[in-house]
Design a binder for this molecule. Structure first.
Ligand code: 2IT
Length: 448
C-alpha cells in the first residue's frame, strides 16, 4: 500500500466498486485532498488507513414490502450503510427518493463519516434509505411503508449502535412512524432516532439547524473578507426544510433571498423574500406540494421559470439546498460570470465533482457540503446529548452551541485549508480536518 500512487489507489477503488460513480467521485474528492497528509504520517501508512477507510464496515440491503391503498402489494429496496464507527455510533439520515441506490447511499455514508468528525461530537458515519417515492402517496401508505422498513432495520440500530435521522423525503412525519414502530418492536424508549417531535424527545432548533448552520458558516467566510450578509443577494435552490432554514436566517440577517426552486423550475423574487413568504414555504411542505410554481401563483412579486435551475440569476452568493449534483460546471461558470462571489454547498455534494474541482482553483469563496451543512447532524448530536441526560435545553442554548460548532468547523477548515496566497481551500481543509480524527481513531484501535 505504501508504494501505491494515488492513481493506482483510485484504480483499485474503481475496480472494487464497479459502476458506482457517486461513490467513486466521493472517494476521489476526499482522498485526493488528504493523500499528502496520509503519506506524511507513517502510522497511517503502516495501518493501511487509506484502503480501510474507503471500505464500509457493514452494508444492510433488504426487501421492503408494503400494501398500497388499492390492496396491491408493492416492494421497494431498503438500505443502511454503516460506514465507520471509530469515533462513535453510526449516525446519519435516511433518504426516501426514487434515485436512491447503493452508490448514492455509500457516497453519502462516506461523506457523513468526515462531516460528523468535523462537528467534534462523538458520532460515526452512516446513511440509509429506500428507493421509495413519498410523492403522491397517501398518509396511510407512507405509514405502512415506514413500519415495514423498520420491521427489518430495527435489529441493526440502537442508541449506542446506529442512530438514524431524516434526510430528503424523510421529515418529522416519517421519523414519527419509524420511531413508533421501533419503540413497539423493542419495547424501549431510547434516543435511537434524531429529528424526533418535541413532545417525544426531539430538540428545539433541529428543524432549522442545517439551514441556520449553513448561514453561520457563511457568516464566518464573509467575516474573513470583512463583510456580512446584510443586503447580499442570495440565490437559493430547493424549497424543503434545508432551504427554509437558510431563507429564514438570511431574511433575519437582512439578506435578499431572490430565488427558491422545485423539480418544476425556479421562482424569482427580485426584491427578496419576506418573512411571510418564508413561512409559506412551511405550508407548502406541510401539504406535500412539490411545485415551486405554487409559490409564484400565490405571490405577485414572484415569477416562475419553468424547467430552469436558479443559477442563471445574477447574485452575490449562491447556496445549493436541494440535492447532490444540482450545480454543474456550466452552472458555476454562469454564476461567476454574473458576479457571484461565494458558493456554499448546502446539499450533500450539491456541486458535481468537476464543478467543485474547478471552483477550488478560482478566485471565489467555495465551501463543501460536509462543512457547510454539518449543523444538521451536529444538532442531532445535541439531541442525543439531551436524551442521554433526560433533559431538554431551550432554543437559545441549542442555537448557541450550534453557532459555536459552526465556527469551530470553519476554523478547522481554515487551519488545514489556508494557502500561501491567502485563499482558503475549504474542500481540502474540511477533508483533512475530518480525516485526521477518524484516521487517528482507527490507527489507535488496531486492525478492526
Ligand atoms: O446529511 C445529513 O447530515 C443529514 N441528513 C442529517 C443526519 C442526522 O443524523 O441528523
Amino acid at each position: 500500500m505504501a508504494t501505491l500512487s494515488f492513481d493506482e489507489f483510485m484504480k483499485r477503488v474503481v475496480e472494487r466498486n464497479p459502476g458506482e460513480k457517486e461513490f467513486q467521485d466521493a472517494v476521489k474528492e476526499v482522498m485526493s485532498t488528504t493523500w499528502e497528509t496520509f503519506k506524511a504520517n507513517k502510522r497511517f501508512v503502516d495501518a493501511n488507513i487509506m484502503e480501510r477507510i474507503v471500505e464500509p464496515e457493514r452494508i444492510i440491503i433488504f426487501r421492503v414490502p408494503w400494501t398500497d391503498d388499492q390492496g396491491k402489494i408493492q416492494v421497494n429496496r431498503g438500505y443502511r450503510v454503516q460506514f465507520n464507527s471509530a469515533i462513535g455510533p453510526y449516525k446519519g439520515g435516511l433518504r426516501f427518493h426514487p434515485a436512491v441506490n447503493l452508490s448514492v447511499m455509500k457516497s453519502l455514508a462516506f461523506e457523513q463519516t468526515f462531516k460528523n468528525a468535523l462537528t467534534t461530537l462523538p458520532m460515526g458515519g452512516g446513511k440509509g434509505g429506500a428507493d421509495f417515492d413519498p410523492k403522491g402517496k397517501s398518509d396511510a401508505e407512507v405509514m405502512r411503508f415506514c413500519q415495514s422498513y423498520m420491521d427489518e432495520l430495527y435489529r441493526h440500530i440502537g442508541p449506542d449502535t446506529d442512530v438514524p435521522a431524516g434526510d430528503v423525503g424523510v421529515g418529522k412525519r416519517e421519523v414519527g412512524y419509524m420511531y413508533g414502530q421501533y419503540r413497539r418492536l423493542t419495547n424501549t424508549f431510547t434516543s435511537t432516532f434524531t429529528g424526533k417531535g418535541l413532545a417525544w424527545g426531539g430538540s428545539l432548533v433541529r428543524p432549522e439547524a442545517t439551514g441556520f448552520g449553513a448561514v453561520y458558516f457563511g457568516e464566518e467566510v464573509l467575516k474573513r473578507n470583512n463583510e456580512t450578509f446584510k443586503g447580499k443577494k442570495v440565490v437559493v435552490s430547493g424549497f424543503g426544510q434545508v432551504a427554509w432554514g437558510v431563507a429564514k436566517k438570511l431574511v433575519e440577517l437582512g439578506a435578499k433571498v431572490i430565488t427558491i426552486s422545485g423539480p418544476d423550475g425556479y421562482v424569482h423574487i427580485p426584491d427578496g423574500m419576506t418573512e411571510e413568504q418564508v413561512e409559506y414555504m412551511l405550508e407548502m411542505r406541510a401539504s406535500c406540494r412539490d411545485r415551486a410554481e405554487d409559490f409564484s401563483d400565490k405571490f405577485k412579486n414572484a415569477t416562475f421559470h419553468k424547467g430552469v435551475k436558479p443559477w442563471v440569476v445574477p447574485c452575490d452568493v449562491a447556496m445549493t439546498c436541494a440535492i447532490q449534483n444540482e450545480c454543474n460546471l456550466d452552472d458555476v461558470k454562469t454564476l461567476m460570470k454574473n458576479g457571484c462571489k461565494m458558493i456554499l454547498e448546502v446539499s450533500n455534494m450539491g456541486c458535481t465533482l468537476e464543478a467543485a474541482e474547478y471552483l477550488r482553483e478560482q478566485d471565489i469563496e467555495f465551501a463543501p457540503g460536509k462543512a457547510v451543512n454539518a449543523g444538521g447532524v451536529a444538532t442531532s448530536g445535541l439531541e442525543m446529548s439531551q436524551n442521554s441526560i433526560r433533559m431538554s435545553w431551550d432554543a437559545a442554548e441549542v442555537d448557541k452551541k450550534l453557532r459555536g460548532i459552526m465556527k469551530g468547523i470553519h476554523d478547522v477548515c481554515y487551519q488545514y485549508g489556508k494557502q500561501d496566497n491567502g485563499k482558503v481551500d475549504y474542500v481540502k481543509g474540511a477533508n483533512i480536518g475530518g480525516f485526521m480524527k477518524v484516521a487517528e481513531a482507527m490507527a489507535d484501535q488496531g486492525a478492526i
